[in-house]
Design a protein around this ligand. Structure first.
Ligand SMILES: [Zn+2]
Length: 155
């Protein structure tokens, strides 16, 4: 059942009162801290090189972000996109913002490759067989992304 169907729970998630990210003062698996966001990365991922950008302030939708935070968040997104694309050699970056389970603004980054499992379509995480990384590949990829993020000046 969707979190939307429990109205009290959904209201508490949206207000931040029951937001798991706010309650623990940040997301899990943080690999970098940027101006307005945390970058997270997990070994159990939809594709190798997948990262998520999580807003440092609680907001449900993009239009809830105050200016100039929204502009700075987009700068962080560009920085992450460039770093992930350069490290993974992606032919195209894909981006998704949902928040249907945890309505705290976060943006998913999927590096796409020719011949990947979903070529020509969006990624469907429920169809991905784990692991997506070979032995040691996750640590190497994470370190390379962190290095790329830190070596680039903000845009
Ligand atoms: Zn929150």
């Amino acid at each position: 059942m969707s979190a939307w169907n429990d109205k009290d729970r959904w209201t508490a998630l949206c207000s931040g009162a029951a937001c798991p990210i706010c309650l623990r003062r940040g997301p899990l698996d943080v690999i970098a801290r940027l101006e307005t966001s945390w970058v997270t990365m997990q070994e159990a991922a939809p594709v190798a090189g997948y990262v998520c950008l999580v807003s440092k302030i609680h907001a449900v939708d993009l239009h809830d972000l105050p200016e100039p935070f929204a502009t700075a968040f987009m700068r962080d997104a560009q920085r992450v996109s460039k770093a992930v694309a350069s490290v993974t050699g992606a032919v195209k970056m894909n981006y998704e913002i949902h928040g249907n389970s945890i309505p705290h603004l976060h943006m998913h980054f999927f590096p796409r490759h020719r011949g990947d499992q979903f070529e020509g379509q969006p990624i469907n995480p429920s169809l991905v067989a784990q692991p997506v990384y070979s032995q040691g590949e996750f640590d190497r990829t994470r370190e390379a992304i962190v290095l790329a993020l830190m070596s680039e000046p903000p845009l």
